[in-house]
Design a protein around this ligand. Structure first.
Ligand code: FES
Length: 219
């Protein structure tokens, strides 16, 4: 697998080229989105996940149909108010979870935003949060499928782990803030006030900032 790398801090690309912002694959999926939801009424019984982006306020809905015998995803549809990057990355995600007979729900949960970026040939770094939107809606749809099928042991808590008990800031809040550009402790504290009244958590906060920067931006 080719590593996604940061070239100039602004573009995340496979090749390190600085002369383009959107790959041909991204443009193709933007202009010809795969599996876009056309008929919501026909999917009224399908499991569905709806999420909003804390970074930009856009919303994403993902529907999945699953074979109960194999727990493989046979169909994945989506709809969004998000931008071209959200459209292209969710289109690619819908292809990845259904191609070759479909991923199992466990495999789909292991799909990472970096895997989608890899197939897209990269995205501008300021657009990474858009590619996370489809991934989060897919996870919500998987949880919905398990709930509908009385498999509550398989429902995952998406709220995250509390890092700062004073402010109730979780690791998910820190992840969203880093995606929204808070890539230093100062910027994160300006946004979330994390650690201001509970400085004992700051080493873990700094560790999480490094972790998410590496995860999403390869920095
Ligand atoms: S999804 Fe909101 S800016 Fe891309």
């Amino acid at each position: 697998m080719t590593n996604t790398s940061s070239s100039d801090g602004d573009i995340v690309s496979r090749s390190g080229e600085q002369s383009w912002f959107y790959s041909d694959v991204v443009k193709d999926h933007f202009f010809n989105p795969r599996n876009f939801m056309q008929d919501e009424a026909a999917y009224a019984d399908a499991a569905m996940g709806l999420v909003g982006s804390p970074a930009c306020g856009d919303a994403m809905k993902v529907w999945i149909k699953v074979d109960p015998a194999t727990e493989k995803i046979s169909d994945c549809r989506w709809k969004t108010f998000g931008c071209g990057s959200a459209i292209a990355s969710t289109s690619m995600m819908s292809v990845m979870v259904t191609e070759n007979g479909g991923m199992t729900l466990d495999e789909a949960r292991k799909l990472r935003p970096q895997d989608i970026l890899e197939r897209l040939g990269g995205l501008p770094s300021r657009k990474i949060h858009c590619s996370v939107l489809g991934d989060k809606a897919l996870r919500a749809a998987i949880n919905d499928w398990y709930r509908r099928n009385n498999r509550l042991d398989k429902v995952e808590d998406e709220r995250g782990r509390i890092i700062d008990p004073e402010t109730n800031v979780t690791d998910k809040d820190i992840e969203h803030a880093v995606l929204d550009g808070a890539d230093t402790l100062e910027k994160l504290q300006a946004k979330l006030k994390v650690g201001v009244g509970h400085p004992e958590c700051l080493p873990e906060v700094e560790q999480l900032i490094r972790f998410y920067k590496e995860k999403y931006f390869g920095l």
